[in-house]
Design a protein around this ligand. Structure first.
Ligand SMILES: Nc1ncnc2c1ncn2[C@@H]1O[C@H](COP(=O)(O)OP(=O)(O)OP(=O)(O)O)[C@@H](O)[C@H]1O
Ligand SMILES: [Mg+2]
Length: 291
């Protein structure tokens, strides 16, 4: 039975900010939320693992597991699942850093509660994110198994005006949009040594705190859904297939009435609080956008 919140940070593209988000999100959960946190670094270069080992020690349990991106990775995959299982038993939060490779079975995604895909807002990276998400939309839209929640993480964002461009992109899976992790020259300077949530640079710290909080809230929603499911309450309204652009998705959530019953279970208080939390997970800067 799954215990920890399991978060995968992945993308098939290099250099998008996976390791930066992984190391710093682990630090958010360990240092800010005081949760027992594990980081599993599946990447050959082990960037986030090195970061956690080099930075100020805050009790993150760090494992590096080499997951080869060549054919014949069957045993490696078993080892990866075993590392996840162990971390799941000993931690409250498991953060996993992985460059996606096509030799990995898409079913591996079902091991996680949240799948975070960092992407800058450049056309090339967005197109790659779009391709990745659409290719695995059957996982994120699955009705047979509990699907992981998909979160697009705008990463290395230097200009919020260009944020608008993301709205025209069309995704075939339901997803959440996190607050952006802003680009910062000094973030680049202390790459690999200092955690964003602990730096004296206020802008970087506060930006990452907002991001971390939104992921934590989504994790709480996920935990609520799991316990609702254990009580045999249908959770279709939060996991049903949603297609369309990010803007469509955002409007769909924003326009839903928090006091109205969500499909069945009108008198289920857990469901109502879940819906309210879902709304509060929407980044405030998006709420400011016009109607
Ligand atoms: N918010 C940020 N502000 C400034 N620079 C950043 C930020 N996030 C990442 N970077 C820089 O972008 C580069 C790539 O970041 P990172 O290593 O986290 O990406 P990655 O997706 O893990 O890369 P790889 O595919 O090589 O594992 C690094 O030089 C890092 O310093
Ligand atoms: Mg990396």
């Amino acid at each position: 039975m799954s215990k920890a919140l399991k978060v995968l940070i992945t993308s098939q593209k290099g250099g998008v900010g996976k390791s930066t988000v992984s190391a710093n999100l682990a630090a958010y959960f360990a240092y800010i939320s005081g949760k027992k946190t594990s980081l599993i670094d599946f990447d050959h270069q082990a960037t986030s693992g090195k970061w956690v080992r080099k930075a100020y020690p805050i009790g993150i349990d760090c494992k590096t597991v080499d997951l080869p991106n060549a054919k014949g990775s069957g045993i490696a995959l078993l080892k990866a699942k075993e590392a996840l299982r162990k971390a799941n038993e000993s931690s409250e939060v498991v953060i996993t850093d992985l460059t996606w490779s096509d030799v990995l079975p898409p079913d591996f995604l079902f091991e996680f509660d949240l799948v975070l895909v960092p992407s800058s807002l450049s056309r090339v990276e967005l197109d790659s994110t779009l391709e990745f998400v659409n290719r695995f939309s059957y996982v994120f839209n699955s009705r047979l198994k509990t699907p992981p929640k998909l979160v697009i993480v705008p990463s290395r964002v230097d200009n919020l005006d260009t944020y608008e461009s993301i709205f025209s992109k069309s995704f075939n899976a339901g997803f959440f949009l996190s607050p952006p992790v802003m680009y910062s020259t000094s973030a680049n300077e202390f790459f690999g040594t200092e955690f964003f949530v602990m730096t004296s640079k206020k802008e970087i710290r506060e930006n990452f705190l907002e991001f971390g909080r939104s992921i934590e809230q989504l994790g709480e929603i996920e935990a609520d859904l799991k316990s609702a499911k254990a009580g045999d309450v249908r959770q279709s309204s939060l996991t049903h297939k949603v297609s369309g652009s990010i803007l469509d998705r955002f409007r769909a959530i924003r326009n839903s009435n928090p006091t109205a019953p969500v499909r069945a279970a009108a008198n289920d208080s857990a469901r109502l609080s879940t819906t309210t939390r879902l709304k509060s997970a929407i980044p405030s800067f998006l709420m400011m956008g016009g109607d």
